[in-house]
Design a protein around this ligand. Structure first.
Ligand code: HEC
Length: 159
């Protein structure tokens, strides 16, 4: 195959892959994406919550690293992956066979967006507190994030 043709074919494949990812995301891939982001969010929130409640000793480096990562992972915007029609597991797919969404997400999209934005704001506040290095402000900002997680889960996630 000629070099130029090879490059053209390769570009076409790359474009096709990108289009598949963003325009024709399979339901199981959307479910997997949002659950994966949530899991990594929780991995970073765990130590913050434990430190704020004195369940593990406060460690400034761990706190700042976790808050910074939490903000980065949340910025991946899991809301993109709550695609209409993905409220049921897809048999034989790559997901564990479950999704815990409530249909409320699509019946009340503005409320869902508010819950999402509340958490974005709470995480921004936490990250700012972490940058300030003020231990009391850092710990109290964790509570705001915990409330925002719970607020959304109460309304939009099956227990
Ligand atoms: C705007 C709503 C919303 C916010 C805010 C939110 N979540 Fe979620 N979360 C969901 C929904 C809905 C699901 C269920 C997704 C599914 O099963 O498809 C979920 C699922 C999860 C899961 C289970 C993932 C899995 O493997 O199935 C964890 C863990 C989680 N969230 C942690 C958190 C933490 C920690 C926070 C706060 C830092 C948070 N979530 C904030 C809506 C939210």
């Amino acid at each position: 195959m000629k070099r130029s043709l090879r490059i053209a074919t390769l570009s076409a494949l790359v474009i096709a892959a990108a289009t598949t990812a963003y325009a024709q995301l399979k339901p199981e891939d959307a479910i997997r994406a949002r659950q994966s982001i949530m899991r990594v969010v929780a991995l970073n929130f765990g130590p913050l919550s434990a430190m704020a409640q004195d369940k593990i000793p406060y460690n400034k480096d761990l706190f700042v690293a976790s808050a910074t990562r939490l903000e980065a992972v949340w910025s991946m915007d899991a809301s993109r992956f709550f695609v209409k029609g993905t409220d049921k597991p897809v048999a034989g797919s790559n997901i564990a066979g479950f999704t815990d969404v409530k249909p409320e997400i699509w019946n009340n999209p503005l409320k869902f967006k508010d819950a999402f934005d509340d958490n974005t704001a709470a995480i921004a506040k936490l990250a700012a507190a972490a940058r300030s290095g003020d231990e009391a402000a850092m710990k109290s900002a964790v509570g705001g994030v915990g409330k925002a997680c719970k607020g959304c889960h109460d309304d939009f996630k099956v227990k």
